[in-house]
Design a protein around this ligand. Structure first.
Ligand SMILES: Nc1ncnc2c1ncn2[C@@H]1O[C@H](COP(=O)(O)OP(=O)(O)O)[C@@H](O)[C@H]1O
Ligand SMILES: Cc1ncc(COP(=O)(O)O)c(C=O)c1O
Length: 277
């Protein structure tokens, strides 16, 4: 039996909820074979309120990983945290050279609830080196504000404007995650295909245990594409998967609560509605 091969080019979240750990767990839950090229290691300081340490991987080490992974023949891939401009450029050029088209860019640049962008200089590099090669890009509200240049986004109409701007950078589909922050009674995400806007909605779970939700959503889209789904189906099914994972989020310690990545394969699945706007 052969399995579809899915690659994540992303960072390690030592606490296990986000980053490559979320991606590989999600790939496994979708029956694909997960591989990774590590870009950065994120640590948490237990003696200092769980403050984050960011440890980028050396460029030649990333290069060697990308060569290893691409030599196996990848069916689909995603990117996650790419901490420096050089790493973004290297990943973008390797993706372009690989010719792979099922590419999901999760433009990680802000942590949940934070409006400060972690690495402001990376925004231009993402637009230049990643978006032209993306089939799907999955920014959250803050990231979409940065990639579109529109700044703070509050309403579904704001999301539509931002999606059109981001689409003009070369990506084929834009998914903007409204999540908990958007002014909407549901957890609403916008999907734009270059012509039409669709709104996907699920019940908002009242929780802070949603660490890794964005990574899990993008990884589920990536696996669904490898498994032959259309982009619309891949996003719809990924939304069911992540909504269920959030509904079963749990407390790891006093600082963080990860989603339960595999909840959709164990428990009742969340319901998702889709409407064309
Ligand atoms: N409290 C919540 N209840 C239900 N769905 C949520 C909640 N928070 C986020 N989501 C959904 O989870 C997915 C990931 O979004 P989000 O957590 O905003 O991403 P990120 O981790 O990149 O900031 C999106 O589909 C979003 O709508
Ligand atoms: C390595 C890594 N990638 C990505 C993320 C983003 O995680 P989320 O899916 O919660 O947005 C984090 C957050 O801590 C991280 O440590």
């Amino acid at each position: 039996m052969t399995l579809k091969k899915t690659l994540t080019i992303a960072g390690s979240d030592t606490s296990g909820g986000a980053g490559i750990q979320a991606d590989l767990k999600t790939f496994q839950e979708h029956g694909t074979y997960g591989m990774n090229a590590l870009t950065v290691i994120v640590t948490m300081d237990p003696d200092n309120h769980w403050s984050h340490g960011i440890h980028p991987i050396a460029l030649d080490t990333l290069d060697a990983q990308l060569k290893t992974a691409f030599s196996t023949g990848i069916d689909s891939l995603k990117t996650g945290m790419l901490p420096t401009v050089d790493i973004i450029e290297m990943a973008g050029k390797a993706i372009e050279a690989s010719g792979i088209t099922d590419v999901v860019i999760d433009p990680v640049m802000a942590c949940k609830g934070e409006n400060e962008v972690l690495f402001p200089e990376n925004v231009d590099a993402m637009v230049k080196y990643l978006l032209p090669h993306a089939k799907v890009v999955t920014p959250n509200l803050v990231e979409a504000g940065q990639l579109s240049g529109l700044g703070a986004l509050h309403t579904v109409e704001d999301l539509q404007k931002a999606a059109e701007k981001i689409h003009s950078h070369g990506t084929k589909f834009v998914v903007i995650k409204g999540g908990k922050q958007l002014k909407h009674e549901k957890a609403a995400d916008l999907l734009y295909d270059g012509e039409k806007h669709y709104l996907l909605t699920a019940e908002k779970t009242d929780t802070t245990y949603n660490h890794g939700a964005g990574c899990t959503f993008a990884a589920a889209i990536t696996a669904n594409l490898a498994n032959g789904q259309s982009v619309k189906d891949a996003v719809y099914n990924a939304k069911i998967f992540v909504s269920t994972a959030i509904a079963h989020g749990w407390k790891l310690n006093e600082y963080v609560g990860p989603v339960m990545h595999g909840a959709a394969n164990k428990f009742h699945k969340a319901e998702v509605d889709v409407v064309e706007l």
